[in-house]
Design a protein around this ligand. Structure first.
Ligand code: MG
Length: 411
């Protein structure tokens, strides 16, 4: 069974009070959702997880007013791949934030999936499960049975907490997110809660308190909600220990050749090489950069340099090809990929360029935002063979490795 449209609402407007309190005494306590988990900000991880679910068409993020700008900046480099429609200012309570985000969702979208911005380790399958169940029943929630023995208590942690009763845990499950709902029903229930002053800690509660069924589907122990620094440590451990994702790597190749003619400069990987002959072409005719661009585009199946930067376009007359390479990297990022490494071989009979290889590699690495050690440049003279060997042309070959920023879940 499928639904005719699914959007995600990411709740990221909380104060992160319990997280900040743990940093009491520090100069500026960190904003929780921007804290890095295994090198990636918590919120960005959560958004990538959402985007890795193919059924989810668009995402709306509800952030605290003071965070909207930072959230925009965080997602900007990969906004298209994350399919973020809008970042809205959330409300004081969680349900207010969901209401604000829901206003952006078009009327004809059948289902919305609500997910906590502070649950970065959710796996794509969990989204699939709640969506499938909500299509059937109207509301579904990722949840887990409780294995701990549960106590009803009195008192507060600052004083003394006393157990008054042991609960029957067989009847108690812990709700996580994602949760998925028929959008129209959620709209009506939120409105009703607003009018009758009802506070809930999750949206599923709006359904169950009305007697509407909420189907619980298996959540995951590793789908932790990062509330305290201790949770962050736990999440770090999960990232480190559990190889839950298969890196999605792609390789691409590129080739370019230009005629060598008098009266042109010879630019190779951004270096201006003193030479009697230069490369003929519309841009700066940098074969090394052009081969690199094609290798990167090819790896992500994004077409080729001619399509991206047509030589019929006067904008690219005399263009600096390193800038085109940097632009290629931006396009790559928008498509959900990042470069990992690049290897370039330049074919030219004269002049000898081997001693410039280091600088050329550094130029290419800079344009791609890569560490120096991830780019190699080699030079070949072609041993007098063919147009390159005879000094009529300069050519380059490149091989690039790129990785999808959203890894593929392990089956
Ligand atoms: Mg070219």
């Amino acid at each position: 069974m499928t639904c005719s449209g699914v959007w995600a609402l990411i709740v990221a407007a909380g104060e992160g009070r319990r997280f900040r309190e743990a940093f009491a005494g520090g100069a500026a306590p960190p904003r929780k959702l921007f804290v890095k988990l295994d090198g990636v900000p918590i919120l960005l991880r959560a958004l990538r997880a959402v985007a890795s679910c193919p059924q989810i068409e668009r995402t709306v993020v509800a952030a605290a007013a003071c965070d909207v700008e930072s959230v925009e900046a965080l997602i900007a480099p990969e906004r298209a791949a994350l399919r973020v429609e809008k970042v809205v200012v959330g409300g004081r309570r969680r349900q207010d934030s969901v209401s604000m985000a829901l206003r952006v969702v078009p009327e004809d979208v059948e289902l919305v999936v609500v997910h906590d911005g502070a649950r970065p380790l959710v796996r794509p399958e969990v989204f699939g499960r709640v969506i499938e169940a909500a299509c059937r029943t109207g509301a579904a929630c990722a949840a887990l049975p409780c294995y701990e023995t549960l106590k009803r208590v009195e008192g507060a942690p600052e004083e003394a907490v006393i157990a008054r009763e042991t609960l029957d845990r067989s009847k108690i499950w812990a709700a996580q997110t994602p949760q998925a709902f028929r959008a129209q029903t959620l709209r009506e229930l939120l409105e009703e809660a607003e009018h009758s002053g009802i506070d809930v800690t999750d949206e599923a509660a709006l359904f169950d308190r009305k007697g509407l069924p909420v189907e619980l589907v298996p959540g995951e122990r590793t789908n932790v909600k990062i509330t305290t620094p201790e949770d962050l440590a736990l999440a770090e451990a999960i990232c480190g220990v559990v190889q839950r994702y298969e890196p999605d790597m792609r390789v691409g190749m590129g080739f370019d050749i230009h005629r060598l003619v008098p009266g042109r400069r010879l630019i190779l990987a951004g270096e201006d090489i003193p030479s009697e002959l230069g490369a003929e072409g519309h841009s700066d005719a940098d074969v090394a950069a052009h081969a690199a661009i094609d290798a990167i585009l090819g790896a992500a199946a994004l077409g080729d340099i001619g399509r991206l930067f047509p030589d019929s376009d006067p904008a690219y007359a005399g263009a600096n090809s390193l800038e085109l390479l940097a632009e290629t990297r931006r396009r790559l990022k928008q498509a959900g990929f990042e470069p990992l490494s690049l290897d370039v071989t330049i074919f030219i009979s004269r002049p000898r360029i081997a001693e410039r290889a280091e600088v050329m590699a550094a130029n290419l690495a800079r344009a791609l935002g890569l560490e120096r050690g991830r780019v190699g440049v080699k030079a070949k003279s072609a041993n007098g063979i063919g147009p390159v060997g005879e000094g009529l042309a300069v050519a380059a070959q490149a091989c690039a490795l790129v990785r999808a920023t959203m890894p593929r879940p392990l089956k």
